[in-house]
Design a protein around this ligand. Structure first.
Ligand SMILES: [Zn+2]
Length: 439
C-alpha cells in the first residue's frame, strides 16, 4: 500500500466533496435521493470533460491523416450485439442473499452476505446490457439495448467509411460517446458507473503489421496520459496473461493507475485480430473485406483497439491534481491541473467590487480576453484571499487582479496558482501571455 501513502489522508472524501462544492461532479438525480451508479457533471466538470475529449480528438483524429471520426447511434440493431457476443456473454456472476434479498457480484463477496451474514442462493450470470423496446410494441420482437461500448458503432460503419473515403491500410476509426452497463455493484465515485463515456479507436492493420502498430499505440497512450496531466509515477502497464485475455485477443495491455482506492484499470490496449469484422461479416451477411494492395485479393484487416474511458480519465486527472500544501503560513488545497485541460484558464477580479472605476476597467479586460479565450471567469465574490482559495480549488492556473495602479499605468497583477507568486504585466500583453501558457 506504499504507493497510496502518497495521497493525503481521506483523499476520496475530500475529492468528492470538492467536486460537489465547486461544481465539478454531483450525484445523479440528487434532489430525489440519487440514482445509484449515475453522476452529473456540473459547470466546471463539463468544461474539464470537454477539454479532455478535445485533447484526445485533436491528438488522435484531427492531427492525423490516417484517422476518421464517427458518431454512431446509441441504440443499434440488436443483431449487432448478437454478433459481437454481448447478448450471450456480456455478464457478471450474480448471487442473491436468501435473507435480505440483496444482490452482489459473486467475485466481490465471500461466503456470506456482507450486510446481514445471510446465506447466498445459487450463482447466476447477469447480463449487464440495459434492455429497452424500440417502437410501440413491448414484446420480444422490439427488444433492443443501450450500447455497452462504443466499438460496435465503429465496426458497423467500417464499410461506410471505406466506401466514402477509400482509406489505405493502416487507418483507424475513432468515436467518443456514451455507453451503458447495468453494473451489479457501481462503486468508487465515477470509476464504475452505469452510464459513462468512452473514447475508442479501432485501428485497422494488415495482419503481419500488428506488432508494430501495437507498439505505436502503446506510446501514444503514454503520450496522452502525460498531456492530460495524469501522474506517470502512479501509472503502470499490466501485460494481461493468456488465461485472463479474451480468447480472440493475441495481446492485451491494461494501463493501470493507483487510484485512492487501489490500483485499478485505467485504459486498455488490445490486439483483437480480425475477430470483430469477421463476426459482423457472418452476422450481417455483408462482405467487409477491403481492397488493399493492387492486384492482390481483398482482405479483412486486423484490429488494434486503444480504449479509454472519459470518466476514469477525469478521476485519474483529479486524483493526480489534488494537492494540499501551505502558502503564506496557511493550509490550502488546490488542483494542479495542466493549464490546457483546466476548466478555467484565468479569473479576472477587480481589487474591490464597490469601486466603479476598478470594476469598469476589469470588465473591459475580462471581455477582451473572453472573446479570444472563452474559458475565462469573472470573480468578484468576497475578498481577494477568498477568490484565490476558490480559484485554487477549481484549478485555475492564473488570477488577474485589476487595482488602482492599473488605472494609472495599465498593468495588472498575475498570480500563479502553484507557487502563489505574483508578477506585474501590461494589460495589453495578457492575451499573448495566456495563449503561451495554456497550451
Ligand atoms: Zn443479506
Amino acid at each position: 500500500m506504499t504507493e497510496q501513502n502518497s495521497y493525503p489522508s481521506d483523499i476520496m472524501d475530500k475529492l468528492v466533496s470538492l467536486c460537489k462544492r465547486r461544481g465539478f461532479i454531483y450525484q445523479g438525480s440528487e434532489i430525489y435521493g440519487g440514482l445509484a451508479g449515475t453522476w452529473d457533471y456540473g459547470p466546471f466538470g463539463v468544461e474539464l470533460k470537454n477539454n479532455i475529449k478535445q485533447v484526445w480528438w485533436q491528438m488522435f483524429v484531427q492531427r492525423r491523416d490516417d484517422m476518421h471520426g464517427v458518431d454512431a447511434a446509441i441504440i443499434m440493431n440488436p443483431k449487432v450485439w448478437e454478433s459481437s457476443g454481448h447478448v450471450s456473454g456480456f455478464s457478471d456472476p450474480l448471487v442473491e442473499c436468501k435473507k435480505c434479498k440483496r444482490r452482489f457480484r459473486a467475485d466481490q463477496v465471500g461466503e456470506k452476505c456482507p450486510e446481514c451474514e445471510g446465506q447466498f442462493g445459487p450463482m447466476h450470470q447477469f447480463n449487464m446490457m440495459f434492455k429497452t423496446h424500440v417502437g410501440a410494441m413491448e414484446d420480444e420482437s422490439s427488444v433492443s439495448y443501450l450500447r455497452p461500448e462504443t466499438a460496435g458503432g465503429i465496426f458497423v460503419n467500417f464499410k461506410n467509411v471505406v466506401d466514402s473515403l477509400h482509406p489505405k491500410l493502416p487507418f483507424g476509426i475513432a468515436q467518443i460517446g456514451k455507453a451503458f452497463r447495468n453494473e451489479i455493484a457501481p462503486r468508487d465515485f465515477v470509476f464504475r458507473s452505469r452510464e459513462f463515456e468512452q473514447m475508442e479507436i479501432e485501428y485497422f492493420v494488415r495482419p503481419e503489421e500488428w506488432e508494430e502498430s501495437f507498439e505505436e499505440w502503446r506510446k501514444e497512450m503514454h503520450s496522452f496520459i502525460e498531456t492530460v496531466g495524469i501522474r506517470k509515477d502512479r501509472t503502470y502497464e499490466l501485460e494481461v496473461s493468456d488465461e485472463d485475455r479474451a480468447f480472440y485477443s493475441k495481446r492485451t495491455i491494461d494501463f493501470e493507475f493507483d487510484f485512492p482506492f487501489g490500483r485499478k484499470e485505467l485504459y486498455g490496449l488490445a490486439y483483437r485480430t480480425d475477430y470483430d469484422l469477421s463476426a459482423h461479416m457472418k452476422g450481417s451477411g455483408q462482405n467487409l473485406a477491403m481492397a488493399d494492395k493492387e492486384g492482390e485479393p481483398a482482405i479483412v484487416p486486423h484490429v488494434i483497439e486503444p480504449s479509454l474511458g472519459v470518466d476514469r480519465t477525469i478521476l485519474a486527472v483529479l486524483s493526480s491534481a489534488y494537492t494540499e500544501d501551505e502558502l503564506g503560513g496557511e493550509a490550502r488545497v488546490y488542483l494542479k491541473l495542466a493549464p490546457r485541460i483546466a476548466p478555467v484558464k484565468a479569473a479576472v477580479f477587480p481589487l474591490m467590487k464597490n469601486k466603479p472605476e476598478l470594476v469598469a476597467k476589469a470588465r473591459d479586460i475580462y471581455a477582451a480576453l473572453k472573446k479570444e479565450i472563452p474559458q475565462i471567469m469573472w470573480d468578484d465574490n468576497g475578498n481577494v484571499g477568498k477568490r484565490y482559495r476558490r480559484q485554487d480549488e477549481i484549478g485555475t492556473p492564473f488570477c488577474i487582479t485589476v487595482d488602482f495602479d492599473t488605472l494609472e499605468d495599465d498593468t495588472v497583477t498575475i498570480r500563479h496558482r502553484d507557487s502563489g507568486e505574483q508578477e506585474r504585466i501590461a494589460a495589453g500583453d495578457l492575451e499573448k501571455f495566456l495563449l503561451k501558457n495554456i497550451k
